[in-house]
Each structure stands twice: as C-alpha cells, then as structure tokens.
Design a protein around this ligand. Structure first.
Ligand code: ZN
Length: 293
C-alpha cells in the first residue's frame, strides 16, 4: 500500500464511494481553483495539523508515522475472539480516526479500510469470510455523527473482498454511554443486550462472518456483538478493526504523541490499561467460538 497516495482512488478494487480530491471533500480538481484554495484555505495535515503542501491528507512525516503503526500480520485472540488489526491505535492513526469520526470526514477511513483488507489477506485465515457485518451505532449516535464509521469501513472492505455486506444483520437495540474510562467488566455490563439480530440476521447462518469495527480496546463491544450473532448459527466469526489500542507499557508514549486527540475519541490510549496485553501468538482460526448465548 502506498501511504503517500493516501488521497483515494488508490486501487481499482474501490467500491463506489464519494469522489474526492486534494483533501477537501466535495471539491472538483480544477488547477486554478485548487491554487486559489491553497491561498485562501491552506490544506492542513490531518495528523499534525500543520500546513501540508502535498496533495495528500498527511504530510510526509505523518505518512511515515503511519507506516510505523503497522502491526505484524495475524489474528490476535482478545478474550477468545480472533481480532485482526492493521494498525496500533497511536499517532497518527488515532488522529485520523478522531478527525474522521468527530469532524464528519468519513473519506479519511478509506486508506484505513484498504489496510484492513490487506491485513485480512496477510492473516491467511483457514477459511475466508463469506459475509461482512458491521458493529452498528445506535441510531441516535449515528444521527449525531452523521455516519456510522464501522458501516463505512465494512462496506469498503466487503468491496475489496468481493463479498456481500449485510449492514442490517445486527442492530443496536440500546444506546450506551461513552466507555472511555470503563474497564472491561464495566463495558460488558453496559453493553449487555445492547445488540440484537437485525432484519438480515438470517444471512449469517452457516457462513463465515467478518465482523468489522473501527477500534478495539477491551474487546467488550465485539464480544457483545458476537453474542448477538451466535444464535443465528454462523459457521465462524473473525473480527477486523482499523486499529487496536496499544499494550499498557506503551500508553504513556501514545498519550504524549503530538496531535493524538484521543480525548475526544470513543477510546483513548489510557483505556489500554484495561485491555490487557494481546498475549499469545498469531491465531489464524476463522473462529471458532460457537458458544450459545
Ligand atoms: Zn503531519
């Protein structure tokens, strides 16, 4: 993947999506107009916030930082659930995700979605996913944010995979408060029966499911979503996220990273203290936990 070309249209596998250019959503590339906008409205790097003269979302330094956040290939078991993530939730990944979510710039997720697809391929699963499902936001949160980030990522990944996407296999039946400072047990309690089967739930029966979310911290949200899917008897479930919060020993460094606006995110580097170390080695099972709730 060429992170320098983070602008979009980075692959022919892209599913239909908004056409973008020069980091300003909605603008058509017209040289004179672009030059004028550079003067009136300088492009800022999404990561560090500095003026960026390149035709990308990230300056060169932040693009290099993105490469440094790449995780080793393979699924990591998180409380029994195999989870694949291309990136550690550190700067500039944290800044990209925060900006995308809280400034309603979903197109910034596009390079992360491509990296997720690559990480899934690199994980070399025993059984390839047959259907893609996203962890849904509650409708009230979705209205507030303007879009559902997991749905956006899942739709892109399904396009890369050429697999069907079932955005309504799960539904959020109960809104939950922000979990930033909650530990795993508190999160599990808050998320109890927060998800339920949606109108497309039957489409996961007997199929290997790829469950997509943006960030994993303790794994409680993914676990709650899995519990809601299991009664539909999927053949297996593996989770794919854009970023994983770092192990506790790297929290301090991540929190001190420039531009790491984790305070406004659903997760923060500090939450990693409750996540526990990833532990274990690569686990390529395409699931496996067939417990019935
Ligand atoms: Zn930068």
């Amino acid at each position: 993947m060429n992170y320098d070309g983070i602008v979009t249209q980075d692959t022919n596998r892209d599913p239909p999506a908004p056409q973008l250019c020069c980091g300003r959503e909605g603008f058509v590339r017209i040289p004179v107009l672009t030059d004028l906008l550079d003067v009136l409205l300088p492009r800022l790097c999404v990561g560090c916030g500095e003026i960026n003269h390149d035709d990308t979302f990230l300056c060169g330094a932040c693009a290099e930082g993105l490469k440094q956040c790449r995780l080793s290939p393979g699924a990591i078991p998180l409380n029994g659930l195999p989870v694949i993530a291309p990136f550690e939730y550190e700067f500039p990944v944290s800044a990209i995700i925060s900006t995308a979510k809280f400034r309603s710039m979903p197109h910034l997720f596009r390079p992360l979605a491509l990296a997720m697809y690559e990480a899934l391929v690199e994980a070399n699963l025993d059984g390839y996913p047959q259907v893609v499902v996203s962890v849904p936001l509650h409708p009230s949160r979705r209205r507030e944010r303007g879009f559902d980030q997991a749905l956006y990522l899942a739709r892109l990944v399904a396009g890369y995979l050429d697999r069907s996407f079932c955005p309504r296999a799960l539904k959020r039946v109960r809104a939950t408060p922000p979990q930033k400072r909650s530990n795993r047990q508190q999160r599990l309690a808050a998320l109890h029966e927060a998800f339920g089967p949606g109108p497309q739930a039957a489409r996961v029966e007997g199929r290997r499911v790829l469950l997509v979310d943006d960030v994993v911290t303790t794994g409680a949200t993914l676990e709650a979503a899995v519990q809601a899917l299991l009664p539909q008897l999927p053949a297996g479930i593996v989770s794919l996220v854009a970023a994983r919060t770092p192990p506790p020993d790297t929290c301090a460094a991540a929190a001190g990273s420039p531009g790491a606006d984790v305070s406004s995110a659903d997760v923060s580097a500090a939450d990693a203290s409750t996540a526990g170390p990833p532990g274990g080695g690569p686990d390529n099972r395409c699931i496996a936990d067939k417990r019935q709730s």
